[in-house]
Design a protein around this ligand. Structure first.
Ligand SMILES: Nc1nc2c(ncn2[C@@H]2O[C@H](COP(=O)(O)OP(=O)(O)O)[C@@H](O)[C@H]2O)c(=O)[nH]1
Ligand SMILES: [Mg+2]
Length: 225
């Protein structure tokens, strides 16, 4: 299996989190440009956000398996340093690009543009993006995707959604993953669904298990795929 391409951010390519309005605005402008580029190319783009270990890569792998007959899929995986995720996804026979953000805790629109253009040249019509793992920084940095999905898992405990409500407000779809672990964890999945809806009454909530495959078709549907 060929090694996935790794794009490392130059210092001037990934924007500093602490930094100001101007950077956020510049990112938003580039995100709008990305959206126009995606639409013109007829490419649908979904941005998956969530903590490390919530199951983003596992869900993307499941979606790739279930949708690769229908779409020409490409994956962009964001991580601070490793290429583990792009490598996992590339085993499913779809092009995947790893972006290493160094010390930055989110992807941003300029670097995603670079990777997405490469995938578009390869002829993809669906791009699944895995954002850098955490529930804080990605919220403020739209990438130009058509939809944002936030993934939490029952193993993160019962307070995750309440504590990080902001990111649910920035997303259209909430995924509550690892349903198979709700028994051992003693977690009430219905209460997590309610927390997500309390944070954002318009959010579509899907309960999944990337381990068993439960809910993956519902998720594809919620994403309009
Ligand atoms: N039991 C269970 N384990 C899962 C599920 N989804 C992911 N995992 C496991 O959780 C760990 C982290 O998953 P990963 O997809 O790498 O999470 P990411 O960091 O958000 O990309 C891995 O060991 C997965 O096998 C699930 O639905 N149920
Ligand atoms: Mg991952």
């Amino acid at each position: 299996m060929p090694k996935p391409l790794v794009i490392k951010a130059d210092d001037d390519e990934v924007l500093d989190v602490e930094l100001e309005e101007d950077f956020i605005k510049a990112n938003e402008r580039m995100a709008a440009l990305n959206r126009r580029t995606f639409d013109r190319a007829g490419v649908r783009v979904v941005d998956f956000m969530g903590s490390i270990g919530s199951g983003k890569t596992s869900i993307i792998e499941r979606l790739v398996e279930s949708l690769k007959g229908k779409y020409r899929i490409g994956v962009i995986a964001g991580d601070t340093a490793t290429d583990i995720d792009a490598e996992r996804v590339s085993r499913h026979g779809v092009p995947s690009i790893q972006i290493n953000t160094g010390r930055e805790c989110h992807l941003d629109a300029p670097i995603v543009r670079k990777a997405a253009k490469k995938l578009i040249r390869e002829g993809v019509n669906l791009i699944l993006i895995e954002n850098v793992g955490n529930l804080i920084c990605p919220a403020e940095f739209p990438l130009g995707s058509h939809l944002r999905a936030v993934v939490v898992s029952v193993t993160e405990g019962e307070y995750m959604i309440k504590k990080k409500a902001d990111i649910f407000r920035s997303a259209e779809v909430a995924v509550i993953n690892k349903k198979d672990m709700s028994g051992p964890m003693g977690i009430d999945v219905g209460a997590l669904v309610k927390d997500a809806l309390d944070a954002n009454p318009k959010i579509r909530v899907v309960v999944t298990s990337a381990r068993t495959g439960e809910g993956i078709d519902d998720l594809a549907q919620a994403l309009g795929l």
